[in-house]
Design a protein around this ligand. Structure first.
Ligand code: NAP
Length: 282
């Protein structure tokens, strides 16, 4: 029988996940289909019960359900529990089990740019769900420092306190971070600032950027945010959010099928939909 996979969110029309996963199912000759479902907050519980009843094989969860889904699942793995968010659910013998592949997806993508995060001085801009997944995942990988800068500094403080791994970290205002930008080897922008249609905005002034730094923006629409454009002009290396998106999807696909998919194919497919080009090996 054809297997069913899905992504739940609200809104969901913009999601690239159906195109990416349906292409993989056909490429690997798996009899399965992946559908987007727009689910409102108040309908999430009923939607999950329905999906479980019809025997869904697995699904992704996106904004705004990544945290609220946790109590509705049969089990949640430890990292996702610590992060407090689930983006991938696997039907394991009738039980819906939640995972978070966002942080590891980011880390996998990062390794194409820097071989290791060990001993690096990292700044994360933002303290929302994505920042939390990235911070917790990087914290397990022995960076020298991970500072967090956020519009609401209290949220950055809470995030640092919640992390079970001890890592040298400070919560900063966006202005403080901007003033000390030259101290960082890796800067990771995780706020919504700069995302289409507000692509003329950027969250932080980068006059003090170290030109040897790597600047990552987890936004992939547009492929080059204003922040990345400026960082590139200053001679820094840059990475957009496409790698994170591709690798979080690849990790989900692997959990569902046991197959480690062709990430280059995934990237080319998504880039085609976004109407962009980039050297997919970098
Ligand atoms: P979120 O939980 O809502 O967090 C939003 C963050 O943006 C918070 O730090 C918030 O600061 C900050 N922010 C929002 N408006 C701001 C403003 N006007 N000025 C300064 N800061 C502002 O969102 P999320 O789930 O973490 O997602 C964040 C971004 O990451 C989105 O663009 C999303 O598309 C992208 N993302 C990409 C991937 C990928 O695979 N590439 C995966 C996940 C997410 P406050 O705390 O002060 O409100």
């Amino acid at each position: 029988m054809k297997k069913l996979f899905a992504v739940l969110g609200d809104p969901i029309g913009h999601s690239m996940s159906p195109i990416m996963h349906n292409d993989l199912f056909s490429y690997y000759e798996i009899d399965a289909a992946y559908h987007p479902f727009q689910v409102k907050n108040e309908d999430l519980k009923t939607a999950i019960q329905g999906l479980k009843t019809i025997g869904i094989s697995g699904f992704n969860v996106t904004v705004p359900h990544k945290s609220s889904i946790i109590p509705l699942l049969d089990d949640v793995d430890n990292l996702a529990k610590q992060i407090g968010a689930v983006n991938t659910v696997v039907n394991e013998d009738g039980k819906l089990v939640g995972y978070n592949t966002d942080g590891l997806g980011f880390l996998r993508g990062l390794t194409a740019y820097i071989p290791s995060i060990v001993d690096r001085k990292v700044l994360i801009i933002g303290a929302g769900g994505a920042a939390r997944a990235i911070y917790f995942t990087l914290a397990y990988n022995k960076p020298r420092v991970i500072d967090l800068a956020n519009r609401t500094v209290g949220k950055a403080e809470e995030l640092i306190k919640a992390c079970p791994v001890m890592v040298e970290s400070r919560a900063l205002s966006l202005e403080d971070a901007s003033n000390h930008l030259k101290d960082y080897d890796v800067i990771i922008q995780t706020t919504t600032i700069g995302m289409s249609p507000n692509s003329s905005e950027q969250p932080i002034v980068i006059a003090n950027l170290n030109h040897q730094a790597l600047v990552c923006d987890i936004i992939y629409n547009p492929l080059e945010t204003k922040l990345l454009k400026e960082a590139k002009q200053k001679g820094a290396s840059t990475q957009n959010g496409l790698d994170m998106f591709i690798y979080q999807g690849a990790l989900a696909f692997e959990k569902w099928t046991g197959i480690s998919p062709d990430v280059q194919r995934m990237k080319e497919n998504v880039l085609k939909q976004l109407g962009g080009t980039q050297n997919v090996n970098r």
